[in-house]
Design a protein around this ligand. Structure first.
Ligand code: MN
Length: 231
């Protein structure tokens, strides 16, 4: 047995609908928005560059429930509703037609963003970590196994704040499909069982205030509700 200087942290795990088994999270990859945000981007024949990808630490993943702390260092804290893909099989250079075979299941999640820090980073040409990778910045619903629900390619994805709708699109509106995202990403890094893929957010992102109630979901998958704590 390997002797450690202190106990290794327990793996982050996610609940799975219909079983007491949990999904062990390995890494978190996030894709840029991946939906058309402007009229120009909606024009047929428009070429869309592969979305920027960035990461969050695995322990930023928390259940999408309860009260979420308003993060430090920010006064512009935004939720982005996203389809979360949970991988169940390792692979590099995965062909698009093989990509679904690497998916264990799906959930709905929030890519939480300190938008003011992101704007600063963009302006200064700096990395996005401060904006994207912070404590509890990746709430995710319970997962549904692909063995039970298949691979959803359509279905409303939406976010409400205090009962008012802010974001609504359909999974079918994704500029890059889940197989294309997996395939392209797997050419840059070897993907691993346990990796989560946040697949980008529709238009309508806006800041949260302490006390806000955030509801989100993907029809046919999971819905969730959480509140925002004080600053
Ligand atoms: Mn996002």
């Amino acid at each position: 047995m390997t002797a450690l200087v202190f106990p290794a942290a327990a793996a982050t795990t996610l609940a799975i609908v219909g079983t007491a088994l949990r999904f062990p999270v390995r890494r978190v990859f996030c894709m840029g928005r991946n939906y058309a945000w402007t009229e120009a981007e909606r024009q047929p024949g428009t070429q869309h560059a592969f979305p920027a990808f960035f990461m969050k630490p695995a322990d930023a993943v928390v259940p999408a429930a309860g009260c979420l702390a308003y993060p430090r260092l920010s006064a512009d804290f935004c939720p982005e509703i996203e389809l979360v893909v949970a991988l169940g099989k390792d692979g590099a250079d995965i062909a698009p037609q093989d990509a679904h075979g690497h998916v264990w299941g799906y959930g709905a999640g929030l890519d939480l963003t300190r938008r003011d820090l992101q704007a600063q980073a963009k302006q200064q040409g700096l990395p996005w970590e401060a904006a994207k990778a912070f404590d509890a910045s990746a709430p995710v619903s319970a997962l549904l196994p692909a063995s039970a629900i298949g691979h959803p390619q359509a279905g409303a994805i939406w976010l409400k704040v205090n009962g008012q709708e802010r974001q609504r699109a359909d999974l079918a509106d994704q500029l890059w499909s889940v197989p294309d995202l997996i395939s392209t990403l797997s050419r840059a890094v070897t993907l691993r069982a346990g990796d989560l893929l946040f697949t980008g957010t529709p238009a309508g992102v806006a800041a949260l205030q302490p006390g806000d109630v955030v509801e989100g979901g993907i029809d046919g998958l999971q819905h969730f509700s959480l509140s925002i704590g004080s600053r």
